[in-house]
Design a protein around this ligand. Structure first.
Ligand code: ATP
Ligand code: MG
Length: 607
């Protein structure tokens, strides 16, 4: 904020107004007072002069009316002696009735005596006995103000002569000057005191004000700890108290808002769903980390961009459509390598007036969900397909039988045989499915037992060797160790059955099947079955454990497979805490291995 300039400050204005007020008051008083004094002084001066001149006139009259003889001094000498007694600082002239000067107080001007004076006031006084009580003239030589009196010397109504008097009034004006000086000094002192008082008064106002200003500035910076100092309980003090209260309230409000904001941002941050908020034009004003991550955009740069652009739907939808019609959208960002599907739900933020104020978009990663849904659909299709095939076969055979084939001694048993095989196939399929569903829902209980694995393995291979009707050689690498495994024998038998029957199924005539048993880090056993069959193409290797997956559907169906064997095997091995995997090369052969963990404690006990 800008600093207030000195001439605009309250300080300056206060002092100026105060000083001006006092100055005007002093001037008015001064002018009036000095005028009155001047008038009074001048009046006093002229009155006292008049009185004295009257006395002089009386004395002269007495001298003039007496009869003079030879022995007596002349009138001129008498007049001169009276004048000498009279005044020291005034220029007095005595003029007889013939307008001749007969005496003067001015020693330097004695040559005036005997001269005729023809001034108008003198004439008026001589002729009409007119008295001029005083007029102020300025002396040409000295520049002094002079009071000039013209007084007739009368005896009854007879004018015997005239007295003219010129007295300098400088003493009066000197006095006035002194008074003026006192006045000016007083004014200066009064002004200085006023200025000081003004400064002090302005300070009592501006100090709390500038304190409040400072506090307001601090408040804009978010500092609410500062307090305005209260200097008194006048209006400004009250304002300060109110200001402090306001600060407190603001601080509380700020704390509440801040708390809410923090809550909101931590809620947003810890949400697994992505959240985007926009203004009413659809520009992003808030985006949380999960949303930025899901959309793979940097959080900072995306702010203020259109939500439609960020979601990549600006070509298909307009903001109005989203606000009015669209509740949610599924966005497919899948690439050939990775499926990636997002669901976006929109909700509109409205004001009380109903005006749209913004939009909230919530993003969920539904890739997994979609995958499961897809798998479910595939699974249902597979199951239906797998059941329909034997059922249609059976229907056609049964139709043939019903149409009369049952009477045919040769065909009937063969047809019945086929329907029986198909029925068994279906039962097997349904059993497999049941088993998988149990494994899926973890609704199974293993009947675990300690099994001496080498002899158990040999027993199973023996069974296959006895029943096989192919020319395949079995090679066993089974060290006869004291290896005991705690397992559900039936379930592992099922796993081995499937692996070995697969190996047999895909083995060529005269091929070899190898059986290996080894230890892994003394912690688990590894069982591998290797054949020299067709092998599995590289790209399909990861799928062989999927349900209903068969590399070559047509061929394997002929071989009687449903594609559930390895899926079940995997579930079972995993449920025992082991791993199962396949290594294969097309045209060379396939190895399927699995591990089962050993119980070390048990081994120790045994030893
Ligand atoms: P089922 O075991 O349910 O009777 P299946 O044998 O076809 O049917 P799986 O045991 O799950 O199903 O095997 C899945 C697929 O893996 C087979 O269809 C086959 O294509 C491939 N496969 C499995 N073992 C071998 C093998 N040893 N050699 C070549 N391909 C194999
Ligand atoms: Mg199989």
């Amino acid at each position: 904020m800008k600093q207030v300039g000195f001439f605009k400050s309250i300080h300056f204005k206060f002092v100026l107004i105060y000083v001006l007020l006092i100055l005007i008051a002093m001037q008015i008083i001064g002018v009036y007072f000095v005028q009155r004094i001047e008038k009074q002084l001048v009046t006093n001066f002229s009155e006292s002069l008049n009185e004295r001149v009257d006395l002089l006139a009386y004395n002269l009259e007495q001298e003039m009316i007496i009869e003079r003889d030879e022995k007596m001094p002349t009138l001129e000498v008498k007049v001169q002696s009276i004048l000498t007694d009279f005044l020291e600082d005034a220029d007095v002239r005595v003029i007889d009735k013939n307008s001749r000067v007969i005496g003067t107080t001015n020693i330097n001007n004695q040559q005036l005596i005997g001269r005729r004076i023809t001034d108008i006031p003198v004439k008026q006084a001589l002729v009409a006995g007119f008295r001029d009580p005083g007029k102020v003239l300025i002396d040409q030589q000295s520049g002094h103000r002079m009071l000039v009196l013209t007084v007739p010397i009368k005896s009854g109504t007879n004018v015997l002569g005239v007295i003219t008097l010129e007295a300098s009034m400088e003493s009066v004006y000197d006095q006035l000057k002194q008074i003026n000086n006192i006045f000016v000094k007083g004014t200066v002192i009064a002004l200085s005191i006023t200025a000081l008082l003004g400064i002090f008064l302005a300070q009592t106002i501006t100090r709390p004000l500038s304190d409040m200003r400072k506090q307001a500035l601090e408040m804009t910076k978010g500092n609410f700890t500062r307090k305005v100092k209260i200097y008194g309980y006048d209006e400004i003090g009250q304002l300060g108290i109110t200001f402090n209260n306001l600060t407190k309230r603001l601080q509380e409000a700020q704390a509440t808002t801040e708390g809410e904001r923090r809550k909101l941002s931590s809620v947003l941050a810890y949400m697994t769903d992505g959240v985007i908020a926009t203004d009413r034009k659809g520009r992003i004003i808030l985006i949380n980390d999960p949303a930025a991550e899901m959309l793979n955009v940097p959080r900072e740069t995306v702010l203020a961009e259109s939500v439609l652009t960020v979601l990549g739907i600006e070509d298909e939808y307009s903001l109005e459509q989203i606000i009015e019609d669209v509740d949610s959208l599924t966005l497919d960002f899948s690439t050939s390598q990775k499926p990636y599907i997002l669901k976006v739900s929109f909700s509109v933020i409205q004001k009380e007036t109903g005006l749209v104020n913004g939009l909230i978009a919530v993003l969920y990663d539904v890739t997994e969900q979609e995958k499961i849904e897809e798998e479910r659909r595939e699974f249902v299709a597979n199951v239906s397909h797998e059941l329909r095939t034997p059922l249609t076969t059976m229907r056609s055979y049964l139709e043939a039988l019903a149409e009369g084939a049952w009477q045919d001694q040769e065909i009937a048993p063969r047809f019945l045989d086929v329907t029986q095989t198909e029925t068994e196939r279906m039962i097997r399929l349904v059993n497999d499915l049941l088993q998988l569903s149990k494994l899926d829902s973890k609704d199974y209980r293993f009947i675990k037992d300690w099994v001496h694995f080498p002899s158990y393995f040999n027993r199973i291979i023996d069974r296959f060797e006895l029943t096989k009707n192919q020319n395949v050689t079995f090679i066993r690498n089974i060290p006869n160790q004291e290896t005991f495994v705690e397992m559900d024998e039936d379930k592992i038998t099922q796993v081995l059955d499937n692996i070995i029957s697969n190996a047999l199924k895909y083995s060529p005539e005269g091929g070899k099947i190898e059986f290996d048993l080894s230890m892994v880090n003394e912690e688990s056993i590894k069982v591998c079955v290797t054949d020299q069959g067709v092998g599995i193409p590289k790209e399909n290797i990861n799928n062989v454990f999927d349900r209903f997956y068969r590399v070559d559907k047509a061929r394997t169906r002929k071989l009687g497979g449903t594609g559930l064997g390895l899926a079940i095997a995997k579930e079972m091995v995993n449920a025992h805490g082991g791993e199962i995997w396949v290594e294969s090369e097309e045209g060379i052969g396939t190895t399927i291995c699995f591990t089962l963990p050993l119980d070390k404690d048990f081994k120790d006990d045994w030893e």
